[in-house]
Design a protein around this ligand. Structure first.
Ligand SMILES: NC(=O)c1ccc[n+]([C@@H]2O[C@H](COP(=O)([O-])OP(=O)(O)OC[C@H]3O[C@@H](n4cnc5c(N)ncnc54)[C@H](OP(=O)(O)O)[C@@H]3O)[C@@H](O)[C@H]2O)c1
Length: 427
């Protein structure tokens, strides 16, 4: 017998329209497979006069959130508004009223996970968020359920399609950042205001969620070190390629005992690493667990239908389970047993500088690093001398972040000026 579930949407832009279309076009199959039929009763939007791709029946659209949040018939609220507020406020109200929430909103979720979970548990409602990280890739469900028998110690994610598209084109065609960004905006692959993507914030929200699940403890967004791709130059990408590296904006999370490091920054990885071939707007998550060993998830991290795939799967899960489950770690801002945030991680570094072209300079540069306990694995001169200066590319052995920062700060500007510094992950 078919179970009928009444749902309400908060927002109906790209993602919401995709969900509407998927429920409409695939509704019979869902009923056949799962015995579920979803009925969208109300859809909250900001502008009722806006022209839309979806032909909504009369009286479905509303600009009053109460029509969704206080309707006793609506059992599940699916949220695709985006941003922290008013989404967070609405989600709390929905959960407080005992309505299960399915959300695609990484910002509100990453920032307020513990409050949302508390409200959900208090009312017995469900809280589902697969679409908040990596669109169609079922990474949340995998971490929550299928990989529970693992101590996961490492995650490398390409979790932002916009920046991966930009870096892929810069790497393949030698184009510069500003040109590719403009093109990406024209193609709809970057927002008119691209800051959240190119500054790495979007990836950091997602990493906070992934690391919390993988390491079984809350990793707050504020603990994630973030550096975007805005200062990445074609020259560094080329120099890295000569050394066998590909540049990616990686979301990295590592755990050793209770020590956890989480960081988002441009990273050189070996060009034969599986992540190096993740091109364009694709997303991927590569992880290591003590039992499952290495594993990689690859797929579309955005787009109306790929994201709808995750949302509708969450709707089905939410409507089928006998009892909603919540992550079992102590999800609180100050948990009793806490993971420690390690900001002095260790990795090799790529450093490009312009150095004076005269005897003794190399010795003085090497000494700045040696004084901080940083040893150099390779030094290469690139190109010809210009104005008495040459480009030097240094690769360090594995070294501490803080020691390398001290070493480059101690460089005498008379002999060398730092042009760029990029962390390397050797796998
Ligand atoms: N786009 C993707 O591929 C993708 C992938 C994964 C996750 N997500 C997440 O999904 C969410 C939605 O993304 P989207 O691309 O669908 O955004 P969008 O196209 O901008 O749609 C946002 C929707 O929310 C409505 N809205 C916004 N603020 C509102 C307010 N204060 N009151 C009432 N309605 C409001 C808008 O109404 P109007 O239609 O009237 O403007 C619109 O329908 C975000 O959290 C995003 O991070 C997106």
């Amino acid at each position: 017998m078919t179970k009928h579930i009444v749902i309400g949407f908060l927002g109906c832009g790209n993602v919401g329209s995709g969900v509407w279309r998927l429920l409409e076009g695939f509704g019979d199959a869902i009923e056949h497979r799962a015995g579920l039929r979803f009925h969208v009763k109300k859809v909250l939007v900001r502008d009722l006069t806006k022209k839309r791709d979806v032909a909504f029946p009369a009286d479905v659209l509303t600009d009053n959130p109460d029509d969704v949040l206080t309707d006793p018939e609506i059992q599940i609220v699916a949220e695709f508004l985006g941003g922290e507020e008013p989404a967070y406020k609405y989600l709390l109200r929905a959960l407080g009223a005992g309505k299960t929430v399915v959300t695609a909103n990484k910002v509100a979720f990453a920032l307020h996970w513990h409050e949302l979970q508390k409200a959900a548990k208090a009312s017995g409602a469900g809280l589902y968020y697969e679409a908040a990280v990596c669109g169609a890739i079922p990474i949340i469900h995998s971490l929550e359920e299928s990989l529970q028998a693992n101590f996961i110690d490492k995650i490398y994610g390409i979790v932002n399609g916009t920046t991966n598209y930009i870096l892929t084109r810069m790497s393949k065609n030698g184009e510069d950042y500003a040109t590719v960004l403009k093109d990406a905006q024209k193609l709809g692959l970057a927002e008119p205001d691209p800051a959240a993507d190119v500054e790495g914030l979007d990836a950091a929200y997602k990493l906070s969620i992934l690391a919390s699940l993988a390491f079984h403890g809350r990793v707050p967004f504020e603990d994630v070190y973030v550096e975007g791709i805005t200062r990445v130059g074609a020259e560094d990408i080329r120099c890295g390629q000569d050394l066998g590296y590909t540049l990616k904006l990686l979301a990295i999370a590592k755990r050793k005992g209770l020590d956890v490091e989480t960081r988002v920054h441009p990273t050189f990885i070996r060009s034969d690493h599986p992540l190096a071939n993740v091109s364009g707007s694709f997303n991927a998550v590569y992880l290591h667990g003590h039992a499952c060993k290495e594993m990689m998830f690859l797929g579309r991290g955005a787009g109306d239908m790929p994201t709808a795939s995750a949302i509708v799967s969450d709707l089905e899960r939410a409507a089928s389970v006998r009892k909603h489950l919540y992550p079992t770690f102590e999800n609180a801002p100050n948990p009793r047993v806490t993971l420690k945030n390690n900001t002095d991680w260790q990795c090799p570094f790529y450093i490009r500088m312009l150095a004076k072209d005269e005897p003794g300079v190399l010795y003085r540069i090497a000494k700045c690093f040696a004084d901080q306990g940083v040893s150099l694995a390779a030094v290469q001169q690139k190109g010809e001398q210009a104005n008495g200066r040459v480009t030097l590319v240094i690769i360090t052995h594995t070294a501490s972040e803080k020691a390398v920062q001290r070493a480059v700060t101690s460089l005498d500007g008379e002999i060398a000026t730092l042009k760029s510094i990029i962390r390397v992950e050797e796998e």
